[in-house]
Write a protein that binds this ligand. Structure first.
Ligand code: WTA
Length: 651
């Protein structure tokens, strides 16, 4: 696989920043110099410059108990006040914080003053429902301003939010509610997607029937979809009955820099999602620093748009915390890119004169497929910086993005990071770095990475290896909720004091970093992480299934696609006569159990799976098959004829 990707990513073009861009750029070389000379001093300066501290910190990093870092440990701040009140206090209350665009075409703009009032009201309601420091609040909302308000209201109280993407199923929501023991769920009746209302509150009701912990005391419901919803008196409350009428007086209390801010669940290599824990001061510092420097943010004039949903880390760091800490004006869009027409995104760029756009390669590739005539119908000349995140961006997509969307000469930054890293770790800086399509390029100032072989030795030359982060960083995860042992094992056991990211990477002769995809059993579908184990256990939970193996197969649009190989139970053989129907039923089952994003592209019904003598499934061979390649070396199989049989069944 690596060789193939290497080949696809072979790219020699380089683009120098234009002198005009460089002259006005926020970032310059001195950031790298300062960080190289005194890394901790550099982060302390950024933390003081970008964040308002109620109690200034005197200690920068405490790494005496690795892998548990403490950043700015004796400082105190309120994260929400940093994103809101301080901008109002500084005289920017009338600046638009959010231009919100609903999918059906309704829209609403909120200034910093209005957003601040709204968050204060919501904080009063939450406090009235008994939410206090350290309590967990699950948020299951569409992309509406209330999602941002809810997150900030929770943060304002020093409580912990756990945002669950609105596309996740009742089961997934229930297990996240249980794991975090959430006291409150904030949801909506429904939201708009592809021209229709998709229900959310009914899923929450279903989830609360399934949740075994019984931790949830209240459900706060925003009215958005207008769809019919069930109601549990005493437990459920409408947002418009409570928040709209609440007082907008609320004084933000300061909390410790290490006060937990949020939990965000992400797929790991086992079936159980991990609750990644982030805290306050360090997280906000790095989110704000990278948002400002990687996107060349000029908050007075820029209109920024990150297309990610707040249900993912990109939405946390680059819709909510980074942009709002920096006082940016941004666009928030509720719906899908092609509703009601395929030019919807470009229409939004034109309407709001978006100047910075941050999106994912999978979206760019699907626009490429539709052709340049669609974006060309709109005026995109306001754009001046483009960003990419979620998976490697192939050079063709990079070039298309720069030319067709960006008009040919504006910087494109490919940003590598993870839910765990909290903020961007590897990226070019516009106006500073010579850009190289396909490569994420260099660690941002203050970040140290390396590429190691399996034994922990740095790889030489341009060989591929494993990406590690060699020094603690401010926005690093502080653990896995409720499971410190899994935290240690997953990220720190392999290389001791170095963070193991789970990605393959190589350096080219200029020292630029190229990401080569996951090295574990995590798939990346449309920039979303999915675990093979989680989908396998969902398939096996179906009464027809005896055994299942899942692989991520290369896909032109989504990067990878989920492909499953399933053996049916002998006892079911009579019942299941139509193979196509059976595979359709299993695809549906996974979508219902986990969420539509996990629905396999294909489910192949087979009689056997390729296993080694020790019984391990050789996914590599199944991937060859799923990608239409010649099946590789089968000599370590217990039964070498198995792959021939499977191939016949599949083709
Ligand atoms: C992948 C998303 C190559 C990578 C912010 C990582 C990338 C995983 C890039 C994290 C990129 C993200 N180039 N690969 N620019 N950005 N990835 O937690 O495999 O949803 O480990 O965070 O996405 O996904 P996550």
């Amino acid at each position: 696989m690596t060789a193939q990707i290497d080949h696809a990513l072979e790219e020699i073009r380089r683009f120098r920043p234009s002198p005009e861009f460089a002259a006005q750029a926020v970032a310059d070389e001195s950031l790298y110099r300062r960080a190289a000379e005194d890394r901790l001093g550099f982060w302390a300066e950024q933390a003081r410059e970008l964040i308002q501290w109620e109690t200034p910190f005197t200690e920068v990093l405490d790494w005496t108990n690795p892998p548990f870092a403490r950043w700015f440990g004796d400082g105190r701040l309120n994260v929400a006040a940093n994103c809101l009140d301080r901008h109002v206090d500084a005289g920017y209350g009338d600046r638009v914080a959010i231009h919100w665009e609903g999918e059906p075409g309704d829209s609403r703009s909120l200034t910093y003053a209005q957003l601040t009032d709204e968050v204060k009201r919501a904080a009063n309601v939450l406090a009235g429902l008994g939410i206090a420091q350290g309590d967990r609040v699950a948020i299951y909302l569409p992309m509406i301003p209330e999602a941002v308000v809810a997150m900030l209201a929770v943060a304002r109280l020093g409580a912990i939010h756990s945002v669950v993407f609105g596309g996740f199923s009742a089961d997934s929501l229930a297990s996240r509610i249980d794991d975090a023991e959430a006291k409150l769920v904030i949801t909506a009746d429904g939201g708009y997607r592809k021209g229709k209302v998709f229900p959310l509150k009914p899923v929450v009701d279903d989830a609360l029937d399934r949740a075994t912990g019984g931790s949830v005391q209240n459900v706060l419901v925003v009215q958005r979809g207008g769809n019919e919803v069930g109601w549990t008196e005493g437990r459920d409350q409408w947002w418009h009955d409570t928040v709209a009428t609440a007082s907008a007086e609320h004084t933000a209390e300061a909390f410790d820099a290490e006060n937990p801010l949020f939990i965000l669940y992400t797929s790991g290599t086992t079936g159980k999602p991990k609750g990644i824990l982030h805290t306050s001061g360090g997280y906000l510092t790095q989110a704000a620093f990278t948002h400002k420097n990687v996107f060349d943010l000029h908050p007075e004039t820029d209109v920024y748009w990150c297309t990610a949903d707040v249900g993912w880390i990109t939405g946390h760091s680059y819709v909510v915390y980074g942009p709002l800490a920096n006082g940016a004006t941004q666009v928030l869009y509720e719906g899908t890119p092609d509703s009601p027409h395929p030019g919807r995104w470009w229409e939004i760029v034109e309407k709001y004169r978006v100047s910075i756009l941050y999106t994912a390669p999978t979206a760019i590739r699907s626009f490429m497929k539709l052709g340049r005539q669609i974006p060309h119908e709109f005026n995109l000349r306001s754009l001046r910086v483009l960003g990419s995140v979620g998976e490697p961006i192939n050079p063709e997509a990079w070039i298309w993005y720069r030319h067709v969307i960006g008009g040919g000469s504006i910087p494109v930054v490919d940003t590598w990071w993870q839910t765990e890293t909290g903020a961007i770790m590897i990226s070019a800086l516009p106006g500073v770095t010579d850009l190289k399509p396909g490569s994420a390029q260099v660690p941002v100032p203050g970040i140290s990475v390396d590429i190691l072989d399996d034994d922990g030795k740095p790889v030489g030359g341009e060989d591929g290896g494993l990406l590690v982060i060699t020094e603690p960083w401010p926005s690093m995860l502080r653990g896995i909720w409720g499971d410190p042992e899994r935290f240690r094992e997953t990220y720190w056991e392999k290389f001791g004091d170095k963070y193991f990211a789970g990605d393959g990477a190589r350096r080219d002769e200029d020292g630029d970093i190229w990401l080569l995809g996951r090295v574990d059993d995590v798939m990346n579908v449309s920039g979303h992480r999915l675990s093979t184990a989680e989908i396998e256990s969902s398939l096996v939970a179906h009464p027809w299934t005896a055994e299942a193996a899942v692989v991520g197969a290369a896909d032109e649009t989504t990067g990878q696609a989920v492909v499953a190989f399933v053996i049916l139970k002998a006892s079911q053989a009579d019942r299941v006569t139509d193979v196509a129907e059976a595979s359709e039923e299993l695809r549906r089952h996974v979508a219902t159990q986990i969420g539509a994003i996990a629905r396999p592209r294909q489910v192949f019904i087979v009689n056997e799976l390729p296993k080694t003598r020790s019984g391990k499934i050789m996914r590599r061979l199944l991937r060859d098959l799923a990608e239409g390649r010649q099946v590789g070396d089968t000599t370590t199989l217990a039964d070498t004829s198995v792959m021939t049989a499977i191939t016949e069944q599949v083709r």
